[in-house]
Design a protein around this ligand. Structure first.
Ligand code: UDP
Length: 239
């Protein structure tokens, strides 16, 4: 499997279908991360985060900014594999074989709402447990997950909390696969709307999310900085 370096993060150069096949073939307990430019920038100044991301079983391209950076750097990536796209495809596969899912993260009540929607949309799936993402001690949460031994554990604590949690709990959490997915439970619960198809197709979901959630402006403002670093990297390579 070929990996493509974008400013230190090693992305898997895979289409959605290929990413799903890889995710399904990973050994039990593996983790999947879905970095966007914000996580790449955070990892550049946080070696622990960089290691957790790069030592994951699957590192997908979440965010059009990563594709732009790859173009600037002259590296080839087949396209985006968004967290929500990947998890939806994994749900479809799990549904066909009666798999189990545990939803961990978001504000109290959100994971339960998401569980109802997921159960309705994918009748073959059993959501075997839920827990919100606001805790000071996770020992009871881990016990609960390990009692239920889900095939898939969604870890939706926001970045980099979810990556750090998955990194530090590797080998402790008994799940087939865990995947860090940011605000996906809010989307499944119906509290946050996904951008319309046209925005998704044009790769400008970030614009829709900034307009509908102005609090994200502070985060998206980092994208030009990320592209600037990529440009600087390209110039270095051309010397
Ligand atoms: N969150 C959480 N625990 C925390 C901080 C955040 O469970 O300590 C949740 C938050 O409620 C939200 C998600 O993590 O559901 C982060 O969503 P965001 O939209 O910021 O993530 P993105 O999809 O942009 O990475």
């Amino acid at each position: 499997m070929s990996r493509v370096d974008i400013l230190g993060v090693q992305f898997d150069a895979l289409t959605l279908d290929e990413a799903v096949s890889v995710a399904e073939s990973l050994p039990r307990g593996s983790r999947v991360v879905t970095p966007n430019p914000e996580i790449v920038m955070a990892a550049r100044s946080d070696p622990e985060l960089m290691e957790i991301v790069n030592c994951s079983g699957l590192v997908t391209v979440d965010g059009i900014g990563i594709i732009y950076a790859a173009k600037l750097l002259g590296r080839k990536l087949p396209g985006r594999v968004t967290g929500i796209g990947l998890v939806t495809a994994l749900f479809e596969r799990l549904a066909s074989r009666g798999g189990t899912v545990y939803l961990f993260g978001a504000k109290p009540g959100v994971a339960e709402q998401a569980a109802e929607k997921i159960a309705a949309e994918f009748p073959g799936i059993s959501v075997v447990g839920t827990h919100d993402g606001y805790f000071s001690d996770d020992s009871e949460i881990i016990k609960d997950i390990n009692r239920r031994r889900p095939d898939l554990l969604l870890v939706c604590l926001g970045a980099p909390k979810q990556e750090k949690w998955m990194g530090s709990r590797s080998g402790v959490v008994d799940a087939g696969l865990m995947i860090g997915l940011g605000g996906v439970l809010d989307v499944y619960a119906g509290n946050v709307k996904r951008a319309p198809k046209l925005f998704q197709k044009l790769g400008i979901e970030w614009l829709y999310r900034t307009v509908t959630q102005p609090s994200r402006l502070k985060r998206n403002i980092k994208l030009p900085g990320f592209l600037f670093v990529a440009l600087r990297e390209r110039c270095k390579g051309n010397k």
